[in-house]
Design a protein around this ligand. Structure first.
Ligand code: NDP
Ligand code: PHD
Length: 389
């Protein structure tokens, strides 16, 4: 899964100058919106980008890309069968002509958000990086690359500090690549970060996931496999959760050229596909290095009071609460709780003593909002606030 991006320094095309932007007041609309492109725009994650970017205060969708199967059609026709959002396709995007995913077709964009299938994301995202775009990827291809930040905006925006080094290595002036985490990793690391900040290092984490079908994209899991059923296997998912947590919860090296992972924190994941449309549930057990461990009351307080850097920066998509702790015995539940914080909050419940580790709880996070497009957009907002765009 670890891929080297290679030497990207040569043949940089001249891009149009980026619009004037203010990094001093990140939560107010920019004087001129930043044109963005969406790669994989017809897919499950791409659609979520289009939905979330409608009326966005910083960004405007200026180009959409997908495979040769979709290219050349108006977006509304290319996505006619696959659009599964509960809102209609925004009118200004509906009429855009879908492009093939080549940088020259996105010359009017400063940023590209990628919801590309991982089979093609590696080469395409690399081409956009080489062409000096700011690339925000949802695919797994570059997550573990030693100079690519893997950022969950409610957890580790400090990892943006490696961008200057990444630009230097690749000979870029404005471009960079940031990746999001796997959707189950994303829901997990937010409460883990709250606990790590409050009580010090974690030694062991065991997680069992119950993942929605939208996680598999469209058309995804056949209905006959999933209706009235549970499938106890999602290819590659357990391995991704187990390694990504360590990079995200670790720091940046002192010279800002890479990441200091947390090999001492052991994570074991078991993943299941369940017949839910949106929202990944996770059942989590945590052991602290600290002995004696904090009390359940202290743990609940730490989860509730956790405030991420994205919230402190006040970027538009940052939720009021990174974590909400639900007190009802049978919550959170996907049907009722998935849109807390507009899909960018992690709902935690059933926080209780664990007879084997120190604490156990359930969590719910939105796999295509916080777990994908929502985090990418929030990462881009943070990049604007940090003056990187
Ligand atoms: N769904 C989720 O919850 C999450 C997904 N991800 C990741 O996000 C990415 C997208 O996932 P998802 O939206 O579910 O996948 P989908 O299968 O729903 O969408 C895939 C997209 O990639 C495009 N595509 C496929 N082949 C090519 C090609 N050769 N050239 C250009 N575009 C191509 C498709 O276009 P076309 O319609 O023309 O075929 C489509 O737009 C994946 O890497 C996935 O692992 C990450 C976190 C969560
Ligand atoms: N595998 C996840 C979604 C996904 O595509 O993850 P990743 O981007 O890590 O491959 C799911 O099925 O729910």
């Amino acid at each position: 899964m670890t891929c080297a991006l290679g030497n990207l320094g040569a043949d940089l095309p001249q891009l149009r100058p980026s619009p004037k932007m203010s990094s001093s007041a990140p939560n107010t609309p920019l004087a001129e919106k930043i044109p963005v492109g969406i790669l994989g725009a017809t897919g499950t994650v791409g659609q979520r980008f289009i939905q979330l970017l409608e009326g966005h205060p910083y960004f405007v969708v200026a180009a959409v890309g997908a495979s040769a199967r979709s290219a050349g059609k108006a977006y509304k026709d290319a996505a006619a069968r696959s659009w599964k959002q509960i809102t209609v396709i925004p009118a200004d995007v509906a009429s855009l002509i879908v492009q093939t995913c080549e940088p020259e077709n996105f010359k009017n964009c400063r940023i590209v958000f990628s919801g590309l299938d991982s089979d093609v994301a590696g080469d395409i995202e690399s081409a956009f990086l080489k062409a000096d775009f700011a690339v925000f990827s949802n695919a797994k291809n570059y997550r573990m690359d030693p100079i690519v930040p893997l950022i969950v905006p409610l957890v580790n925006t400090s990892h943006f500090d490696v961008i200057a080094h990444q630009r230097k290595v690749h000979g870029l002036s404005k471009g960079f690549i940031i990746t999001n985490a796997n959707c189950s990793t994303t829901g997990l690391v937010v409460p883990l970060k709250a606990l790590q900040d409050a009580f010090g290092p974690l030694s062991r984490v065991v997680v069992t996931t119950m993942q929605a079908i939208s996680g598999a994209g469209y058309p995804g899991v056949p209905s006959l496999d999933i209706l009235g059923n549970v499938v106890p296997y999602i290819s590659g998912e357990e391995e991704k959760i187990e390694i990504e947590c360590s990079k995200i919860l670790g720091g940046v090296t002192a010279d800002l050229t890479g990441f200091s992972n947390l090999p001492e924190m052991k994570v074991s994941a078991s993943c299941n596909r369940v017949p839910v449309i949106d929202g990944h549930m996770e059942s989590v057990m945590v052991e602290f290095q600290k002995c004696p461990a904090p009390s359940i009351e202290q743990i609940i307080e730490a989860l509730q009071s956790y405030t991420s850097d994205a919230q402190k920066l006040g970027v538009p998509s940052a939720p009021e609460h990174a974590v909400v702790v639900m007190k009802e015995a049978d919550r959170p539940q996907p049907r009722m709780d998935i849109m807390i914080g507009n899909g960018n909050t992690v709902a935690v419940g059933r926080v209780r003593k664990c007879n084997i580790f120190d604490v156990k709880f359930s969590l719910l996070s939105h796999n295509t909002i916080l777990g994908a497009a929502g985090s990418s957009i929030m990462n881009a907002e943070v990049a604007v606030a940090k003056g990187l765009i």
